[in-house]
Design a protein around this ligand. Structure first.
Ligand SMILES: [Zn+2]
Length: 244
């Protein structure tokens, strides 16, 4: 039975574990895409969940909108290099999490959301054939985060809403605001790998930002009944039951 058939309707009958999540069959690996504005966003928001998908045999791609280069003036071309420090950090973070890094080739701090970029991003997302998509929350302070959420949401629509669709949170108070999770993933036993992946972004003040994200993980854990958790908002019309 191929993956599409298995997930394609009546055949898909997930066994629900005691956390209320599906026991995802590793013999039918899912393609999971975690989209983020910058290198580090998917890791901070979803690092524990990414590790848990990988341990179940699923394939995870971290899809970054840009390569995190220093923002440039409007009249200067996008200077992000494939061997730049932020790209190297992202690849190391992905290695730690068991994921693959992909870049949408936009420019840091100058995200463009228009029809040509909707088209290009939809083609890129389609090429990853996702069963599950995560993206940033629309009420984030960084405009690149608001760009990636618009691009991802439009692509999900254009691709027929076939994948499950979740929002994640980062740096609450500084970036994500007004976020109330609808679902949680227990990351207690994988937090160490998440921490290592976030600290792989050594150029981005991990002592400061990981401390904040750790507080969020502990608070989401209190809400959900775990030591630490990552919280997500599932789109009300998304397929359900595909969190690890
Ligand atoms: Zn960011």
């Amino acid at each position: 039975m191929n993956r599409r058939l298995f997930l394609g309707g009546a055949v898909w009958a997930p066994v629900v574990n005691r956390q209320g999540h599906a026991e995802l069959p590793s013999s039918n690996p899912l393609n999971v895409v975690v989209a983020g504005g910058h290198p580090g966003d998917p890791e901070y928001g979803c690092g524990g969940t990414i590790v848990r998908y990988g341990r179940l045999g699923h394939r995870v791609t971290l899809l970054y909108l840009n390569r995190g280069e220093d923002p440039q003036q409007e009249d200067v071309g996008c200077t992000g290099a494939d061997d730049g420090i932020r790209v190297q950090e992202a690849k190391e973070a992905c290695r730690i999490l068991g994921a693959t890094a992909t870049f949408a080739q936009q420019c840091n701090g100058r995200a463009i959301v228009d029809n040509p970029h909707y088209h290009a991003f939809t083609e890129l997302l389609a090429s990853l054939d996702p069963d599950v998509v995560f993206t940033q929350w629309p009420i984030d302070n960084h405009p690149d985060h608001r760009a990636i959420t618009n691009l991802t949401y439009e692509a999900w629509n254009r691709l027929g809403r076939k994948a499950a669709f979740y929002y994640y949170e980062v740096s609450n108070g500084e970036d994500t605001l007004m976020f109330t999770p609808s679902e949680y993933v227990d990351i207690t036993n994988v937090e160490e790998l998440k921490r290592q992946a976030c600290y792989a972004h050594a150029s981005q003040s991990p002592d400061r930002y990981y401390a904040l994200q750790e507080e969020v993980a502990r608070f989401r854990g209190i809400e959900a009944g775990y030591m630490r958790a990552e919280g997500f908002i599932r789109h009300a019309q998304s397929r359900r039951g595909l969190l690890p």
